[in-house]
Design a protein. Structure first.
Length: 302
């Protein structure tokens, strides 16, 4: 299954239409898809079976689910009550399907095996064969809950979400899965240094040249000839913040320059600086500067 179609297929599998989904490319060639599925009515009924493939379905529950039925490989499995913040994991090779008799609200993460393979390779660890907890059971996971909370606004306004932000979050989540549920052990390494001067210069030049584009974390790591995890750590150590936050700051700085030196309409400045539209530009600019772009321009021009 292509992750790009995962949201539609999962919504059809559950019997919902219009489920919001956010797809991003991360971990070199791997992809991660996230879909929110919510039903406020009871007696939703039976889902269809999902096709077999080498990938995992990770479910984060956003509300308590005292009861539902689950089948793997056509066989019923015992299911414990799921609480808000719990995470459950099943393998697509088991062709999961379920019956929901109570309202539910969940985030589902599509994690292909190759994404975990690349995490293990990046950390010089053995290949991850499976993920726990066992089918039908869940475990409280504050890290996934925090990440899911961060993703909810992105699911509502995907066009306003930076690919760097989602890539960064996806890398962290896949690494968390590999360590917490896949048993990956990372050999302690000396604290890595920051980026070299040429890497800082190359990163800034690359981002400035692509200010209006949706740059991926993989592109930046490649420009610096580093692995994703090494680049992410080194960038934050050198710049004091992750790449997506630095890029937001740079876009606002560029917008300030254009507001002062040109008479371009706000909508044109927004697109030129990489914002999805004028409303997105206004929200980000106001949050950073404390004034709307129009008010800021008028105050400085007199």
């Amino acid at each position: 299954m292509q992750p790009g179609t995962y949201g539609e297929r999962l919504a059809k599998h559950v019997g919902l239409s219009g489920a919001p989904s956010l797809v991003t490319t991360t971990l070199r060639k791997a992809q991660l898809a996230v879909t929110r599925l919510r039903c406020d009515s009871s007696d939703h009924g039976m889902t269809s079976r999902l096709p077999r493939e080498s990938a995992f379905l990770v479910v984060l529950h956003l509300r308590d689910l005292p009861h539902h039925d689950v089948w793997l490989d056509g066989k019923s499995v015992p299911v414990l009550p799921h609480l808000r913040g719990d995470v459950g994991i099943v393998h697509f090779e088991q062709e999961p399907n379920a019956r929901f008799v109570l309202p539910f609200d969940m985030l589902t993460f599509y994690v292909p095996q190759r994404a975990l393979d690349e995490v293990a390779e990046d950390h010089n660890a053995p290949r991850i064969q499976s993920l726990a907890p066992p089918p039908g059971r869940t475990t409280a996971d504050p890290i996934f809950m925090s990440a899911g909370t961060c993703l909810l606004p992105a699911l509502e306004r995907p066009r306003e979400t930076s690919r760097l932000f989602v890539d960064h979050l996806a890398l962290a989540l896949n690494t968390h899965l590999a360590q917490t549920y896949g048993g990956m052990r990372i050999t302690p390494q000396p604290v890595p240094g920051g980026l070299a001067a040429w890497q800082v210069r190359r990163t800034e030049e690359f981002l400035d040249a692509a200010l209006g584009a949706d740059v991926s974390l993989r592109q930046l790591a490649s420009e610096c000839q580093l692995s994703l995890s090494h680049f992410t750590r080194a960038f934050k150590r050198t710049m004091g913040q992750p790449p997506h936050r630095w890029l937001i700051g740079r876009r606002v700085e560029k917008a300030q320059e254009m507001l002062l030196r040109s008479n371009m309409p706000l909508a044109e400045i927004a697109f030129a600086c990489g914002f999805s539209g004028q409303s997105h530009f206004t929200r980000v600019f106001t949050a950073r500067i404390g004034a709307t772009p129009g008010a800021w321009r008028r105050a400085r021009r007199g």
